[in-house]
Design a binder for this molecule. Sequence first.
Ligand SMILES: *[C@@H]1O[C@H](CO)[C@@H](O)[C@H](O)[C@H]1NC(C)=O
Ligand SMILES: *[C@@H]1O[C@H](CO)[C@@H](O)[C@H](O)[C@H]1NC(C)=O
Ligand SMILES: *[C@@H]1O[C@H](CO)[C@@H](O)[C@H](O)[C@H]1NC(C)=O
Ligand SMILES: *[C@@H]1O[C@H](CO)[C@@H](O)[C@H](O)[C@H]1NC(C)=O
Ligand SMILES: *[C@@H]1O[C@H](CO)[C@@H](O)[C@H](O)[C@H]1NC(C)=O
Ligand SMILES: *[C@@H]1O[C@H](CO)[C@@H](O)[C@H](O)[C@H]1NC(C)=O
Ligand SMILES: *[C@@H]1O[C@H](CO)[C@@H](O)[C@H](O)[C@H]1NC(C)=O
Ligand SMILES: *[C@@H]1O[C@H](CO)[C@@H](O)[C@H](O)[C@H]1NC(C)=O
Length: 538
Amino acid sequence: MLLSSLLLAFVPAGFAATADDWRGRSIYQIITDRYALPAGANPNTCDTSKRTWCGGTWNTIRENLDYIQNAGFTAIWISPVSQNYEGPTTAYGDAYHGYWIADASQLNARFGTADDLKELSAEVHRRGMYLMVDIVANNVMATSTTPDLSTFMFKEQSQYHPYCPIDWLNNTSVQNCWLGDSVVPLPDINTQDPGVQATYGTWIQNLVQEYSIDGLRIDAAKHVSADFWPGFCGKAGVFCMGEVFGDDIATASQYQDAMDSILNYPMYDALVQAFSIPGPRNVSAVTTVLQDIQQNMKDPTVMGNFLENQDVPRWHNISIDQQSLYNAMVFTFMSDGIPIMYYGQEQGLSGNADPYNRGPLWPSAYAQTTTYNMTKSLNQLRNYLVNSTDWAKSRTQVLNIESDGIAIMKGDVVTILTNIGSPPQNVSVVAYTPWENSFSSTEYASLVFSHPAPADTFYSIFTCKQYAVGSNGTLEVQYTLGGVPVVLVPNDIIKDAGFCQWASHIQADVPVNNGALAMAPRAVALVLSAVVGLSVLV
Ligand SMILES: *[C@@H]1O[C@H](CO)[C@@H](O)[C@H](O)[C@H]1NC(C)=O
Ligand SMILES: *[C@@H]1O[C@H](CO)[C@@H](O)[C@H](O)[C@H]1NC(C)=O
Ligand SMILES: *[C@@H]1O[C@H](CO)[C@@H](O)[C@H](O)[C@H]1NC(C)=O
Ligand SMILES: *[C@@H]1O[C@H](CO)[C@@H](O)[C@H](O)[C@H]1NC(C)=O
Ligand SMILES: *[C@@H]1O[C@H](CO)[C@@H](O)[C@H](O)[C@H]1NC(C)=O
Ligand SMILES: *[C@@H]1O[C@H](CO)[C@@H](O)[C@H](O)[C@H]1NC(C)=O
Ligand SMILES: *[C@@H]1O[C@H](CO)[C@@H](O)[C@H](O)[C@H]1NC(C)=O
Ligand SMILES: *[C@@H]1O[C@H](CO)[C@@H](O)[C@H](O)[C@H]1NC(C)=O
């Protein structure tokens, strides 16, 4: 009795979010320096090519959370908060991105004070959202291979692996040798050392508790031996999502076994193969990776799905066609996993590799672009499904693949995607769904079918166009108006999910203007036809 009350006294206040808690979330990824300026700052001075600070802080994130919350996101991921290198500008610029760790036990004063970070955390929580913080445990940053260790949290030579450049074909070397190069080497922490493990454990436990962090994004997780992570994440006591760059499924699954989640690089690569224009337009890449993931990964439903981040080119630089962005993006929200949107993706920011993929967001004026509005719809649907069903736990099924696209189903939502791009074509993609009474084929015996009664009508969440299930359970999308993504929800839940309140049973055949998903004129036309429809019924 006495013992348990003593133990309780040491249990930290705050909520330790698990993988189960995170599964239904959707994440907006922020580079703190680039998301928002303080009021009154000159908006025209941020030059991405200069690789230096542009002025964003934890306070300016806090002051601009409406934009993220209004888009339906239920979590933010912010760039590392630890103290960074502050010496002379290097050949690769300054540490504006936060990944050049100096003393991890200190906060980065560039981005605010401890109180500022606590206020950001409190405001995120007040809005019912989660805070994910990016952390770097693999390495620190230096400007030579013989740095002065006294400036780091770990001050002993034995707490670092000896310098060696990475041999990418040798896993031991990938884990123990140094990332970076001779200009900016990243001294590799000796995470096999029990003293290092103990210090890191205390450090991460304190960081998580002090700032009420709900989850960690772990930089360069693959560059640390996988068996380090269970202890570390156990001390953190919250959801961990590791960066495991590359599409090797064996490596990916080894790291998801060691922590809750990893970023879905294998699917990212497949989405580029399938949807980029110009590109191989290879939809099979998606089905192959989906199968690999479902067969090998511990839990595909908590992997982090993304199209952009600070290490890969903006989608705009991979694919020139706007519809390719929309279709690939819809996949990241409507298939297994936690969707992550990198700040600026919704504004069509361009930029190839680092540093050009890290531009400031403020020149966009935080406009409600078509991509922003689509994101809002996707989050709205996802949040509804997560809140009222087991959708997030269900597994994505591929209903059909064709040279022009793919049809998938997760729970009761059928998503039909194409890679034909914006120009209209007289082609279609068909989904063979388990609805209607014609699925004797064993192929369909395993489909998740949680819908209470067979649906015969679906609505597109973007246009409210109605799609009737044809013979053989078919749902068909024609692209005579351009290659738009189509997310179809059964008639009996479309309104509960907050869409198409006015659509009732009315068929809407909606023109799509150059592929853009503008809603307004359509809505007027539909309200009119709804009125006509009702009077006919009466
Ligand atoms: C792999 O890398 C480690 C660390 O550098 C090294 O000790 C080992 O000899 C390498 N193994 C092979 C087969 O090259
Ligand atoms: C590296 O590790 C992965 C994952 O365990 C394994 O599949 C691969 O064969 C290893 N590579 C080498 C060269 O040992
Ligand atoms: C398409 O992707 C599949 C699966 O990754 C691969 O086997 C196939 O060779 C690819 N086809 C082309 C034309 O690249
Ligand atoms: C890629 O981004 C850069 C800006 O970083 C731009 O100058 C270039 O034109 C882009 N290329 C493509 C193909 O979009
Ligand atoms: C996005 O939605 C907002 C609010 O409904 C609307 O004002 C805006 O015009 C939409 N943007 C586009 C590009 O359609
Ligand atoms: C989830 O359900 C609760 C309780 O019904 C409601 O208050 C909340 O707004 C819902 N959230 C979403 C995202 O639908
Ligand atoms: C579209 O294709 C179908 C079948 O391939 C054909 O019957 C129809 O005439 C075509 N329509 C147009 C407008 O080309
Ligand atoms: C009926 O659906 C199956 C998949 O269940 C598909 O393979 C077949 O081609 C379809 N038949 C017709 C006539 O559309």
